[in-house]
Design a protein around this ligand. Structure first.
Ligand code: FES
Length: 175
C-alpha cells in the first residue's frame, strides 16, 4: 500500500482507534502515544470492526469475542473464547432409534401381545430399520401407527404401556 492520507492527526487522540477505508479496504489507525499504526480493521475471527473494540497497551481487543491483536504488528496475541463442540444429532438419533427398535421388538416377541399387533409391530420395526427415509420421518410414521395400534380394545395394558415407552423414545428423533 502506498502512502495515503488517512485523516488529520489532530482528530486522532492518543489511545484512540479509527477506521478509514483505503482502496476499498477497511483499515484501523491506532495512535499509540503519538506513533500511528495501521492494521486491518476487520477481525479475522468473525469480521467485527476492530476500531469499535478497545485498546489495552499495544493490543486491540475485539468487541465481539475478545480476540486480541497487537496493533504494532497485526499479530493475534490472544483468543480467549472457548468454543464447544457441536451437538451431532445423527448419532444421537441413531442411539435413540436403536433403543426404540429394541423396545418394539420386545413387544413383537412378547407372548402377551395379540397376534395382529405383533405383525404390525414387526412390520414397523423393519420400516424403522430400512434406510428409505430420514430417521425423523421413519420415527414420525412409526409414532402415528403406534397411536392407532394403542386404540385396539384387545391391547393388554402392559403392552400399551411399553408402546408408550417406545413412542416417548421415538419423539426424541429429530432431523
Ligand atoms: S469477531 Fe473478533 S473475536 Fe470474534
Amino acid at each position: 500500500m502506498g502512502r495515503v492520507i488517512a485523516g488529520k492527526a489532530s482528530d486522532m487522540a492518543p489511545g484512540s482507534l479509527h477506521k478509514v477505508t483505503v482502496d476499498g479496504r477497511d483499515v484501523m489507525i491506532v495512535n499509540l502515544d503519538g506513533t500511528y499504526h495501521a492494521v486491518d480493521d476487520t477481525c479475522t475471527h468473525a469480521g467485527s470492526s476492530l476500531s469499535e473494540g478497545t485498546l489495552d497497551g499495544t493490543s486491540v481487543v475485539c468487541g465481539w469475542h475478545g480476540a486480541e491483536f497487537d496493533c504494532t504488528t497485526g499479530k493475534l496475541a490472544k483468543f480467549p473464547v472457548a468454543i464447544k463442540d457441536l451437538q451431532q444429532y445423527k448419532e444421537k438419533n441413531k442411539g435413540t432409534l436403536t433403543e426404540s427398535i429394541a423396545t418394539l421388538s420386545q413387544i413383537a416377541s412378547s407372548p402377551a401381545t395379540p397376534k395382529t399387533i405383533k405383525k404390525s409391530i414387526a412390520d414397523m420395526v423393519s420400516d424403522l430399520e430400512s434406510g428409505e427415509y430420514s430417521m425423523a420421518v421413519r420415527a414420525a410414521n412409526a409414532m402415528s401407527a403406534l397411536e392407532d395400534i394403542t386404540q385396539d380394545p384387545n391391547m393388554p395394558s402392559f403392552v400399551r404401556t411399553t408402546i408408550w415407552q417406545a413412542v416417548a423414545k421415538l419423539e426424541g428423533i429429530k432431523d
